[in-house]
Design a protein around this ligand. Sequence first.
Ligand SMILES: O=C(O)C1=C[C@@H](OP(=O)(O)O)[C@@H](O)[C@H](O)C1
Ligand SMILES: C=C(OP(=O)(O)O)C(=O)O
Length: 429
Amino acid sequence: MVHGHYTMNTSILVSKSDKIIKGEISLPGSKSESNRALIMQALCKKPFEIRNLSIADDTVTLSKILNVDIKTQQTTIDVGPAGTAMRFLTAFLSVTPGEWILTGTHRMLERPVKLLVDALRLLGADIEYAGNEGFPPLRIRGKNLELTNEISIDGSVSSQYISALLMIAPTLPKGLILNLIGGVASRPYIEMTLAMMAELGIKHDWTGNTISISKQEYQPNDLYIEPDWSGASYWYSMVALADEADIKLIGLKGHSLQGDSVAAKIMENFGVSTEFLKDGIRLTKENRPISVDFIDFEHCPDIAQTLAVTCAALKHNCTFTGLESLKIKETDRVLALQNELAKFGVSMTQDELSYHIDCDSIQIKSDSMAFINTYHDHRMAMAFAPLAITNGSLEIEDPAVTGKSYPSFWEDLTKVGFECKELETEIRN
Ligand SMILES: O=C(O)C1=C[C@@H](OP(=O)(O)O)[C@@H](O)[C@H](O)C1
Ligand SMILES: C=C(OP(=O)(O)O)C(=O)O
């Protein structure tokens, strides 16, 4: 069985002998909801429980930081590759007494935090760059933030900066008035933050571009974490690529806090029907022509790779927009997609803010054996894996990378008839 502990120098051979997928899958809890719940639990003076907390590496890391490292006053806090942990902790540690160095993986030190640091400094935070200006590592001295209660932030780069500020807002001496300028990217994630805060009694007002939160105490209330819709997107892709499919994803709901639940609507265009059941959702395949040639990912950036590979596998030309934030995630995801799709003769060309997936020179053949590089990005591995259905098999670099959000991914593939064989190889770059 393929599960869990891979070394860096492995790849995985994923094969599928037919185009039929059937089974029941229990996805991990949402990492976004989990990481918010953990921060709010740490900010709440009274205890409460979090049920179905994600098993994602990023969540395990954040939980250990909050429950062990900070409580034992460790100076160096290492978030690894977890972007939400980095951004949420930048704000959290700014109001937590102590002196902290906040750092992460090599890639984390290339992911910008300047807009968030500038905003926190305006509030009175003591943060210095311990490496390059604008990037982690950060030296943070936690204190009361008393300079002002009204600031502006550019909302077009990452919603994580805004979520980070909002979660500490009720604990600030005069609350927070946050003006969003320059647009709002990944908006559903901000709505998720506010909705989860509301579950813990925190009121807010969002009028126009201004979110106001007065000083309030988080009220304890047990939280339930819904399964991960971003992880569900790979199952939608598999169903879209199959000739025959019947997949139940346990626990998912139609009305979700997760913006990536829009996958159900987008994937309808690729012949995937979603039936909402009491205890989950059921995906089935209808063989009909694809009915979409333009998709905007501004508010669901994490499923862009899934859709790019789905289009490539189905030889469907499509235009994507809203990919700006992909360049500052686990890797430059646009570049990574361009490189890996090119291996199949699929191009992804930019025209101002649009990207065209062009499959006219495609070479996906059942006898060709592709090797997919994953660039330390869980979503590269998971987005390409469904291609085993149309390609017969493919080899994917560094299977352990999926642990960031979905550690049981390969094991779940084997449940629906994929063969996943771990291979010892040198990582090919
Ligand atoms: O707040 C969150 O949980 C997230 C917000 C999004 O980031 P951006 O707001 O930077 O797009 C998303 O891509 C990330 O995976 C999780
Ligand atoms: C972008 C992601 O995560 P983060 O920004 O939290 O590292 C992701 O999971 O796709």
